[in-house]
Design a protein around this ligand. Structure first.
Ligand SMILES: [Zn+2]
Length: 228
């Protein structure tokens, strides 16, 4: 078994979505403080974090898109361990819309069928190009509504992308989120390292969310698993 890590590193003030709370990671208790408290016994250090439920590599719960959507604690875990493929969209320009034609051409080029009830990861190269500069938060290409509908009609449970939003910044991105609610599927944002999957065919995708009560999303540790 070989595992490819598709998750962004989390650290203090890692780039967060514009307008959302910052990601904070700090020391709650040092080894020295803990040692002083416990006397001669080994002291245990503890850190703490504070972040939006859409921080770092994460899955959007349908609740994010509307009140009628499923919250993250009720999101089916069967959708979090699925077969997947990754397609190459690195030729799409920054801020441009990815169309159904672009997706079809990339799937044809990958030469592997889209797994039913699986996922499709869109490698736009945006993370590799821009992270962690300011352009990471603004300049991504992304799917338009027609492409979102095209993906849903392939019978997959979600799609993933290597940027902070599935659509290009602005109205299209909002409409893509609305379409996801109507189509009954969702997406995973801020993936990275998707380039490592290109040309390797089908893999198992694992991205389990935390069990936040009524949450609108959750960070995940996203990985691709290749069986020997
Ligand atoms: Zn999100």
């Amino acid at each position: 078994m070989r595992i490819v890590d598709l998750s962004r590193e989390l650290y203090h003030r890692t780039p967060a979505y514009p307008g959302q709370p910052p990601i904070i990671h700090g020391i709650w208790k040092t080894h020295e403080e803990a040692f002083a408290e416990s006397g001669n016994i080994q002291g245990n250090s503890v850190m703490f974090f504070s972040m939006p439920d859409h921080g770092g590599t994460h899955i959007d719960a349908p609740r994010h898109f509307g009140k009628s959507g499923t919250p993250i604690d009720k999101y089916p875990l069967e959708n979090c361990i699925v077969q997947g493929i990754c397609i190459d969209l690195r030729h799409i320009k920054p801020r441009a819309e990815i169309t159904p034609g672009d997706l079809q051409a990339a799937v044809d080029k990958a030469g592997v069928p889209i797994p039913k009830k699986g996922t499709v990861l869109l490698c736009t190269g945006h993370h590799a190009r821009t992270f962690p500069t300011g352009a990471y938060a603004t300049d991504n290409p992304g799917v338009n509504v027609a492409a979102t509908e095209w993906l849903a009609h392939q019978g997959i449970v979600h799609f993933g992308i290597d940027s902070m939003r599935p659509g290009p910044e602005g109205k299209v991105n909002s409409l893509v989120h609305k379409a996801c609610l109507e189509l009954g599927f969702t997406h995973i944002e801020s993936l990275c390292n998707l380039e490592a999957l290109l040309g390797l065919g089908e893999f198992q995708f694992i991205g389990l969310p935390l069990k936040w009560r009524e949450g609108t999303g959750s960070p995940i540790r996203a990985v691709a698993v290749f069986k020997d």
